[in-house]
Design a protein around this ligand. Structure first.
Ligand SMILES: NC(=O)C1=CN([C@@H]2O[C@H](COP(=O)(O)OP(=O)(O)OC[C@H]3O[C@@H](n4cnc5c(N)ncnc54)[C@H](OP(=O)(O)O)[C@@H]3O)[C@@H](O)[C@H]2O)C=CC1
Ligand SMILES: O=C(CO)COP(=O)(O)O
Length: 317
């Protein structure tokens, strides 16, 4: 079955470059003109030329001729994009390639796809990978989650490449939660590092952040094993420790008190607010998420957030 990537940001472009190394793939961009001339996405992924089998288009109908569509637009834009194009996308296999929780509804990307295009088969591709690493052909392993295992097996075969190895699960809730929540914890870790609190503090935030991820996952009936895999623990490790991560860098600038470019895609910012709301509604204790939401909404400063976390009642691990 043919494959198209819809959304030519850093991640969509990287996936298309990777897939084009094994066969033709279509990449849809809202504004392909510059990329068509340069055969490179100079705005979002400079220095990664398009392989010859990559077909660039600005015509979504052309991309929608493919049976499998990888949708690589940010989570908060996903519903609007699907609503605007749901007739073209009907009955397709739609693989969400984004990491977040929708602020307006508390839903993850798979749920959003199923809501808006109910006759499509929804799936999600998530896990530890920087777009530039994928585009360079560096070894990467990701999670492909699809509730329908037969479709999941097919997607796993179609989307695995020589350097991009996919593992499969039917637990879409666990996979989307891992990818969404690790970004929130990465903001917390960046903040701690930016404020000079040290690597021991970061390790504590990663570990207790992982406990929060598992708590919310259990509440939403996800499989705890999924959270221990690439989409949870794996991506948490990558994102909380690398300055290639935009979520981590937003945290760094919060900790340092420096300006951050507001046009950067930072999924964890809206997700922190969405998850904090969910936790309040369900009386779930997610203190690191609450602290990140408080920092982003200017209700807390870094010193107070850290003091509050350390002053919480002592408990068993
Ligand atoms: N970058 C990375 O390393 C990785 C990113 N991801 C995930 O991929 C997702 C996308 O991130 P990334 O590619 O990095 O983001 P970018 O900021 O690089 O690009 C976002 C893309 O979304 C497009 N877009 C925004 N709004 C709309 C809309 N309403 N309709 C159609 N297209 C729209 C933009 O189009 P335009 O260019 O025309 O503005 C752009 O192509 C995120 O969820 C992120 O977490 C996952 C793994 C790795
Ligand atoms: O999801 C990612 C790595 O797996 C990319 O992280 P950022 O969105 O923080 O850059």
């Amino acid at each position: 079955m043919s494959v198209a990537v819809v959304g030519a940001g850093a991640f969509g472009t990287a996936l298309a470059i990777s897939l084009a190394r094994k066969g033709p793939v279509t990449l849809w961009a809202r504004d392909p003109a510059n990329m068509a001339e340069a055969r490179e996405n100079t705005a979002r992924l400079a220095g990664c030329p398009f392989p010859e089998p990559l077909i660039l288009t600005g015509d979504l109908a052309q991309a929608a001729n493919a049976g499998i569509l990888l949708i690589a637009v940010p989570t908060q834009k996903l519903r609007g994009f699907l609503e605007a194009n749901k007739i073209l996308l009907a009955s397709k296999t739609l693989v969400a390639c984004c990491k977040g929780i929708e602020l307006a509804t508390g839903a993850g990307p798979v749920t959003v796809v199923a809501d808006v295009v109910p006759n499509a088969v929804p799936a999600i591709l998530t896990g530890p990978s920087f777009a530039r690493d994928i585009a360079r052909g560096l070894p990467t392993a990701l999670t492909l989650a699809c509730a329908d295992d037969k479709t999941g097996q097919h997607l796993q075969q179609q989307l695995t490449t020589a350097n991009l190895r996919l593992y499969r699960t039917t637990d879409t809730i666990g996979a989307e939660l891992g990818g969404a929540l690790k970004n929130v914890i990465a903001i917390a870790c960046g903040t701690a590092m930016g404020a000079g609190l040290g690597e021991s503090a970061r390790a504590a935030l990663m570990t207790r952040g992982f406990a929060e991820m598992q708590r919310l996952a259990a509440h939403l009936n996800a499989d705890p094993q999924t959270l221990s895999g690439l989409s949870g623990f794996g991506d948490l490790t990558l994102t909380c420790t690398s300055e290639q991560s935009r979520n981590y860098c937003l945290g760094l600038s919060l900790g340092q008190g420096t300006r951050f470019n507001p046009n950067t895609t930072v999924e964890g910012a809206a997700t922190a607010k969405a998850v904090h709301l969910l936790a309040q509604e369900s009386a779930l204790d997610l203190p690191i998420t609450a602290a990140v939401a408080g920092l982003l909404e200017n209700r807390l400063d870094v010193a107070t957030a850290m003091r509050d976390l350390l002053a919480r009642p002592l408990k068993e691990e």
